[in-house]
Design a protein around this ligand. Structure first.
Ligand code: NAD
Ligand code: MG
Length: 389
């Protein structure tokens, strides 16, 4: 029986993780659920899965959740500080990090410090502070098992292999809803178009990141830290069918791939059940339905975010943290139709130029860089809106 804390239980990953738990009675026990503001769903999930504790990080929702669960023996907490305390509880084995964005960093660090195994969906944690997070995990002998499908694929390809024999990894990218489009088309796209991903149904933020290819940029950085790679060992290839989830090339030229129909429940269940593999009834790949798997090079000129992310990785220090913060702000604005699709990259670049570079940041430096970057990007957004009206 694995005892889980699911952070971000009301999101796309969180709800699918609970589906996996429900489909495997007797294998998992839900110890903790957390969500930010979707109190209604958090209450419903708590009634169904009877966790020991729930944390609603949006403090204005505390009373609502507390009152709704008052007839049950469930402890209710609110705020980020409580979340970082609760994840350290003795009764938890594995923490599934499925909060979106920088907001997920501190609770994951707290869980690592308490020696919990981590199933990590929240890629921004590694983008912002990968060196620090992996360093702390190594010091505590904590394993970080990726949930992101590409990284799960690489992780699965590496089972039984000597890490020294890895030549490179190849991250596959679907290309998102705007694959093959150019600037003249992208200049007019709205959030509603960008939210329609061809192969995956995901939360709003990652859906926009997939459309701009920032998601792949974040994943390049995530791969570096998860697998201890040099930057030049990470390639990206566009593979629109999303059947090959990623690949590892070894020093004898062998390429190993992990394949299957795209369904996040598979990498989620692999991560929370690791090292076991669980049987399931997910739809199987059928060769009759796919006569062709295709590959092409990413268009770095049109989808500049992927190039920006690679540059931030090469620059290192706090650059990926600054880029991530700027991206979170512009994506939020894009979802509200307050900024254009192509303008997002301009503002991320301008923010990277503005925030002071720190070569070896501490956790406090990351927190400040994140805050500074958000402030600058918000300023750029305001200026661009003033120039429109
Ligand atoms: P989502 O927006 O659907 O859900 C986010 C969850 O985080 C919700 O439960 C929400 O309550 C919680 N949350 C949001 N802001 C918070 C805050 N400030 N403090 C605490 N909790 C907060 O997102 P998602 O699509 O499930 O993605 C979650 C993470 O997993 C992201 O980092 C994403 O990049 C990664 N991921 C998602 C997918 C996918 O298919 N959805 C695939 C790979 C990786
Ligand atoms: Mg992914």
């Amino acid at each position: 029986m694995k005892r889980l804390a699911i952070l971000g239980s009301t999101g796309s990953i969180g709800t699918q993780a609970l589906e996996v738990v429900a489909a495997n009675p007797g294998l998992f026990e839900v110890e903790v659920l957390s969500a930010h503001s979707n109190a209604e769903l958090l209450i419903k999930q708590s009634r169904e899965f009877s966790p020991n504790a729930v944390v609603v990080t949006d403090e204005s929702k505390y009373k609502l959740v507390k009152d709704a669960l008052s007839d049950l023996p469930i402890k209710v907490f609110s705020g980020n500080k409580s979340l970082s305390e609760v994840v350290q509880w003795e009764s938890i084995d594995t923490v599934l990090g499925a909060i979106v964005g920088f907001a997920g960093l501190q609770s994951i660090l707290a869980a690592i410090d308490a020696g919990k195994r981590i199933a990590l969906a929240n890629k921004e944690t590694l983008v912002v502070a990968g060196e620090l997070v992996m360093g702390r995990a190594a010091a505590k002998n904590v394993q970080i098992i990726p949930v992101d499908s590409e990284h799960s694929a690489i992780f699965q390809c590496l089972v039984g292999e000597d890490r020294q024999t890895v030549e490179k990894v190849v991250l596959t990218a679907s290309g998102g809803p705007f694959l093959g489009r150019k600037q003249n088309f992208l200049v007019n796209v709205k959030a509603s178009h960008a939210l329609q991903h061809p192969n995956w149904t995901m939360g709003a933020k990652i859906s926009i990141d997939s459309a701009t290819l920032m998601n792949k940029g974040l994943e390049v950085i995530e791969a570096k830290w998860l697998f201890g790679l040099r930057n030049e060992q990470i390639d990206v290839v566009i593979h629109p069918q999303s059947i090959i989830h990623s690949m590892v090339q070894f020093n004898d030229g062998s390429l190993k791939a992990q394949m299957g129909l795209p369904d996040m429940k598979l990498p989620i269940q692999y991560a929370i059940a690791y090292p076991g593999r669980l049987a399931n009834n997910l739809k199987r790949f059928d060769f009759k339905e796919f006569s062709k798997l295709s590959f092409e090079q990413p268009d770095y000129k049109t989808f500049r975010n992927l190039a920006i992310a690679k540059e931030a990785l090469d620059k290192a220090g706090n650059a990926p943290c600054v880029m991530n913060a700027a991206n979170e702000v512009v994506v939020h604005a894009f979802l509200q139709n307050r900024v254009g699709f192509l303008e997002m990259s301009d503002m991320i670049e301008k923010t990277l130029e503005r925030v002071d570079f720190i070569q070896h940041p501490t956790l406090e430096d990351y927190m400040r860089s994140d805050e500074d970057a958000r402030a600058y990007t918000a300023e750029f957004l305001k200026k661009s809106q003033l120039s429109i009206y």
